[in-house]
Design a protein around this ligand. Sequence first.
Ligand code: ARG
Length: 642
Amino acid sequence: MANEEQNVGNVKQQLAKLFEVALKSTVPNEPDVDPLIAICTAKFGDYQCNNAMGLWSRIKGKPNEFRGPPSVGQTIMRNLPQSEMVESCSVAGPGFVNVILSRNWIAKSLQKMLNDGIDTWAPQLQIKSAVVDFSSPNIAKEMHVGHLRSTIIGDTLARMLEFSHVDVLRRNHVGDWGTQDLHAFVRLLRIGVGNLLMKNTLKCTYEDEIQDSVIGCFREKITHVHCAWLNVVVEFNLSSMFGMLIEFLFEKFPNWEDVNETAVGDLQAFYKASKLRFDSDPDFKEKAQKAVVRLQGMGADCEISRSEFNRVYQLLGVHLEEKGESFYNSYIPEVLKELTSKNLVEDSQGARVIFIEGFNIPLIVVKSDGGYNYASTDLAALWYRLNEEKAEWIIYVTDVGQQQHFDMVFRAAKRAGWLPVEDNMYPKVSHVGFGLVLGEDGKRFRTRNTEVVRLVDLLDEAKSRSKTALIERGKDVEWTEEELEQTAEAVGYGAVKYADLKNNRLTNYTFNFDQMLNDKGNTAVYLLYAHARICSIIRKSGKDIEELKKTGTIALDHGDERTLGLHLLQFSEIVEEACTNLLPNVLCEYLYNLSENFTKFYSNCQVVGSAEETSRLLLCEATATVMRKCFYLLGIVPVYKI
Ligand code: ARG
């Protein structure tokens, strides 16, 4: 069959096909018996079929030929069609059918992959299109470590889906939503510090939070005096603050239009200086207040510079397509009309809300001042993604703190009939939550003295630390400057990503440079080095690996060769599992174990100069190929020498 041919890598699926036949002949009268195939946990086999017990409880009340689960298992085993993939079977305990795969078949599958490419091992998913909503910083605030996590996790999920032939819309749902009254500020700032986009967020309630976020914005360099990001709730405070900043800019730089980012410098200091001026000089204060009024009258488009976000994406090699909150603005009224006509929306204390069973607070969709909010935007975005973009799976990557919000939005959509009620049917929505990034002190991660972590600085530091380590190993002498830079980047950024991805995303993780850059243990550094070592084994053999692929054959006679070979073959189903359960750590664990299995093989099986050299070199190449694909899916750039 074409499918079988195509995805020879998915052992589980292929075994499931065999067992499907066996189950049909075992219990011909039972409908919908899905084969339950799992990797063997015990030593009895490589895979096991777990249907016997369940089947027994289904049929024991009816007339049947069996004496209990083990005899069901025996019959399933006897009915298993002949296949070159199976070496032997046995029944254990209460009816598990254990399968030992044929070494020859494993070897042949690996060889086929080497010749046809690892893309033939791509999982086959039920869906063809997906939206992954990730990163999504607020233009308002600075991008923080939470957004870094979202960016890293979301990118990996998108990569895994893309590898599985799903069309993925990589959505940057940036918080750029503004209400009418806030547009005044947009105009105001346009003149003073360049283009600005606002967000009317419910998240900032306190004045110091607002101030913080403004300082956060201004801490960013103004690119070509162009960029300023704001997050506003209380307009008055900000009006005067903006007036103050703008006036100070005018004063300090009469030719402010020509001023570049370095001249303006640290915006936090800039803010402080202007505040000092504002508090101490009544004339300045008056000017600043007038500036607000004057500037409010001016109109301009919001041209937003997203240079800071883009820097981070560029460093991480992450591609995103922006469709911010404001994009869905015009869809909100229609969507709310539909929800209202379906009797979902009701009045509550001046606001329009959707009550959802099991939640003690309703989902507010129109605020009491008539404005829309985060929830109305998400409902409109969901509608758009389902109806306009025809997404079959919509995945939202944010911190777990937003779980309730998404639960409520999803439940509302189900009530509206936009989504099937059953979770395992499509179209489907999933919230991919993740925990906090913690510092050494166990508290929320912050850098030395600033409040918010500068992501670019963080990545720079990872890179420079990995560079230092490489220099300590004498690589600055051995390599060109370019090689040194590229390796430092691959290792540094890879380390940050891997440290994030290797944990179950729901757990908080502690950010620690020393740990993530350690070359021993479960780190990207260790794995990248392991890959480079394999490459160097192949290089040192002096053999043309492309030629060997065509002419040589793999044999898996040594136990460690077989273990490694089988592990390689499980790549496809692992990616599928990581994809369907949205758990990148599953792939990390696979990669780490692959490296361990390789080490074991390499220390017990001589490669270069041995009688099995060709076969073993091919096994090295297969390992390196699978490792590279894992790196690729995790967004890590491989290195080839160390
Ligand atoms: N901008 C939001 C935040 O920083 C995340 C947006 C997530 N996506 C969504 N469709 N709500 O918290």
